[in-house]
Write a protein that binds this ligand. Sequence first.
Ligand SMILES: Nc1nc2c(ncn2[C@@H]2O[C@H](COP(=O)(O)OP(=O)(O)OP(=O)(O)O)[C@@H](O)[C@H]2O)c(=O)[nH]1
Length: 286
Amino acid sequence: MLLALLARLETCEVDAEELLLSPHTLNRHLYMLVRGQLSVQLASRDNPPVRYVEVNDCVGEVSFCDHRPPSAYVIASEPSRILRLHSRELPFLTQSPQLMQNLIELLCDRVRLTDQLIINSEHNANIDVLTGVFNRRWLEHIFERESARCAFNGRPLCMLMIDVDEFKPYNDRHGHIAGDHALCQVARLLGTQLRPKDSLVRFGGEEFVILLPELDLRTARLIAERLRQGVAQNDTIDTPIGSLPGVTISVGLARMRASDTLEDLVGRADKALYLAKARGRNRVCG
Ligand SMILES: Nc1nc2c(ncn2[C@@H]2O[C@H](COP(=O)(O)OP(=O)(O)OP(=O)(O)O)[C@@H](O)[C@H]2O)c(=O)[nH]1
C-alpha cells in the first residue's frame, strides 16, 4: 500500500518566495515538505508569517479534502523540495484505514493549531506591548464581567487609577527609553502585589488602572497605599541601559455604585487621582 502511495506522489522543487497555496486559487494537492521551509501567512502576503512549515510537515490537507480554496498563503521561505499528492488520489487513500487515520490525525492537528492561533491572537489583542499587562480593550471586557458578578453577589468593586508622577521631566532628563523601562518597572511592581482575580491594565501613556473585585473601600485603600509604598521604595531601576532613578505614583480610588458604567467609575477614580496630584503627588486619595 505504501509503495503504491509513493508511486502516486510527485516531487516538485520551489524557489524562495514562490507561492504554493493561495486563498484565491483552488488547491488540488496535499503537500509534504522534504527539504527547505515554507511560511504560512494569513489575509495578505505582506503580513508576517503566523507559522513556518518544517521538513516532514504537511500543508494543504484541508483544501485537499474539501475542494475549497485554502485559508492562507503558503510561500517557500527558501528553495524547497516538496512531495505532492493530487486530490484525484483521495479514493485511493480511503482504501487504507491506516492512511485515513493518518489523514484524520493531520486534520485534527490543523484544527488544534488554528484554535491555538485564535487563542494567541485574542490574547495578544488584550495585552499592552510595552509592559505586558492588560490593555484598555481588556478593561472593557473584564469590567462588564466583574461589575455584573459583584452586583449579583452584593459584593463591592473598587478601582484604582494610577499615574506616574512627574513623568514628563523624567523622560526629558533620562530619555524616552529610560521612561519605557520605568513604566515596565511600575507594571512589574504593581502586578506582583495583586491577587489573581485583580486586573492590572495600562490605561494609556503613564496611567494604569487596577480593578479590585470584592474589596470594600477601606481594604482597597490599604492595598493602594501598599502599592504606592512598594513603588516609592524602589529608588533605583536596573535596566539594560544602566541604573535609573525610581519613580513615584499617585493613586485615585473609587468604589462602584449601582448602575455605574465603566466611564462613571473611571471618572470618579480620575477625580480622586487629580486630588492626589493637587495635594503633592506620591499619595492615595479617594
Ligand atoms: N517613555 C514613555 N513616556 C510616555 C509614554 N506614554 C506617555 N509618556 C509620557 O508621559 C508624560 C506624561 O506627562 P504629563 O501628563 O505632563 O504629566 P507628568 O509630567 O507625569 O506630571 P504629573 O502627572 O502632574 O505628575 C508625557 O511626557 C508623555 O510623553 C510611554 O509609553 N513611554
